[in-house]
Design a protein around this ligand. Structure first.
Ligand code: NAD
Length: 471
């Protein structure tokens, strides 16, 4: 693993170990960027803004994004292997979601950029000759992109693509737990003739390491971050010191609502997907489901049976994360009912050294229990009954987070009434994680600041400037 700074690869810094989450064995190492390299990366990004990149047209940048997408596609299997090695996720998931979405991120912003309109206004003036106002979009400058471990390439490219589309230069720092695909992305950038310094990559940790030094760096003009809400608070304080704009995608404790008029089989299958995809390590995963009382028992029984029958799932990303999830399960077992799972599976092979947790269904916990209130980010869902639509909404809307929600109902009027009344950035009705990359993506309350996706990302990563010409 190497850093990529100013168009060159660099391995400086103390190495840290990389662990296979499926077996718990050390499988490699990556260098931890020293402060001096962070300075060099920010300097290279600043220098690149002043170079030819600064005068590239949107059409030039759009073609570049397509070349990057093609470069990932050419090495598709290699990216899938690196994604699975980093995260332990099933190959099927990496090859149908993560890597195709990384490619789509570059292609969709390339296309959106070509279709981006600039607005203008004719303004009347006392002399009758008028004035023409028009808006031009300029890059913010040097952008820091800090990404988490759960969907490493997907979430990194979700920010890098629009940042480059709008003419910025980027210094990216992926999670120290999952640097493999980011490394290959740097190689793709080099092969695609991305000008030196336009994309830079640093490995290393967050606090007292590359992440903190980057977000505190006076040469960084804006920060796009995905990760925990608490880390977002720390980064926001660093950004506030120099009034740098931030775009934050943070944690969640997503609710699902199952009404008695829903297609129960569809609601069960959908909840198995929404709670257990990537073993619950997707920010959009459902961790609490409220079920209308007449169908509660049937839903709980079917969901628990479905959870017990799941196979081919992946491990938690690290021993520390596995232990955190097990801590919630211990508390939940003491205070409520475990309907399925509840601990670590036994494989009787080398996977027993890995960080596995069974798909777990809980019930009977009070709403203020840590397992119902706090983000677990594992294969754990809690079920509770409700009696009225008002109560369902109040339960779903309680708590500090507001990222996503699911609503399962056969009543179209209820769907349109309930979904917009949820305090979240994204509500899915009778589906989950069906994404159109042009739509606003993000959370309210402690789940984020700002929206990404489509024009929202293009707007965040550019500075609109008005030009007024007196006619
Ligand atoms: P994290 O906040 O621990 O780390 C995310 C990134 O921030 C890593 O690259 C890390 O090195 C860096 N970092 C940590 N401390 C830092 C600091 N003080 N200064 C600068 N950088 C720092 O999050 P994680 O554990 O990697 O990811 C899981 C979290 O991400 C969950 O809370 C999940 O909900 C959230 N998430 C949200 C979304 C979304 O779209 N809303 C998507 C994926 C994950």
């Amino acid at each position: 693993m190497r850093h990529y700074v100013g168009g060159g690869f660099d391995a400086s810094g103390v190495p840290f170990p990389l662990v296979d989450p499926a077996r718990g064995t050390v499988v490699g190492e990556a260098p931890s960027a020293p402060r001096e390299l962070v300075d060099r990366a920010v300097g290279a990004a600043r220098e690149a803004l002043r170079g030819p990149w600064g005068s590239w047209s949107p059409a030039d940048r759009s073609r570049l994004l397509h070349r990057i997408a093609d470069g990932i596609e050419r090495r598709f299997e290699e990216f899938v292997t690196a994604e699975c090695a980093d995260t332990g996720k099933p190959r099927e998931l990496a090859s149908t979601v993560d890597i195709p979405r990384a490619i789509a991120n570059f292609r969709s912003y390339a296309d959106l950029l070509s279709g981006r309109a600039e607005r203008s206004w004719h303004t009347t003036t006392p002399d009758g000759r008028g004035a023409l106002n028009y808006t031009v979009h300029k890059p913010l400058g040097v952008v820091a992109v800090i990404s988490p471990w759960n969907l490493p390439l997907l979430l990194l490219t979700w920010k890098v693509a629009p940042a480059l589309a709008t003419g910025n230069t980027v210094v990216a720092k992926p999670s120290e737990l999952t640097p493999g695909t980011a490394c290959r992305l740097a190689e793709v950038m080099a092969d695609a003739d991305v000008p030196a310094g336009v994309f830079n990559l640093l490995h290393g940790g967050g606090a007292d390491a590359a992440g903190q030094w980057l977000t505190e760096h006076p040469g960084v003009d804006a920060i796009a971050f995905t990760g925990e809400s608490r880390t977002g608070g720390t980064i926001m304080r660093a950004a506030a010191a120099r009034l740098a704009p931030v775009s934050f995608e943070l944690g969640g404790k997503n609710a699902g609502l199952v009404f008695a008029d829903a297609d129960l089989e569809q609601a069960v299958a959908g909840t198995l997907r929404s709670s257990f995809t990537h073993s619950g390590q997707v920010c959009l995963c459902t961790e609490r489901v409220y079920v209308e009382r007449p169908v509660f028992d049937a839903f709980a029984e079917k969901l628990a049976a479905g959870a017990r029958a799941l196979s081919g799932y992946g491990p938690m990303v690290s021993a520390a994360h596995r232990d955190k999830v097990l801590g919630y399960l211990d508390k939940a077992a003491a205070d409520g009912d475990v309907l399925a799972g509840g601990g670590a599976p036994q494989f009787s092979d080398d996977r027993d050294g890995g960080f596995w947790i069974e798909p777990t269904v809980l019930a009977g916990l009070p709403e203020d229990h840590p397992a119902v209130r706090e983000e677990i980010f594992g294969p754990v869902v809690h079920l509770a009954p409700f009696d009225t639509e008002e109560e369902a909404l109040a339960l779903a809307n309680a708590g500090p987070y507001g990222l996503a929600a699911t609503v399962w109902t056969g009543d179209v009027s209820r769907a349109h009434r309930v979904a917009p009344a949820l305090d979240v950035g994204i509500a899915w009705v009778n589906t989950w994680n069906l994404r159109d990359l042009r739509t606003p993506f993000g959370g309210v309350k402690a789940s984020g600041i700002g929206r990404e996706g489509g024009d929202h990302s293009l707007d965040f990563f550019s500075e609109p400037m008005n030009v007024c010409v007196k006619l």
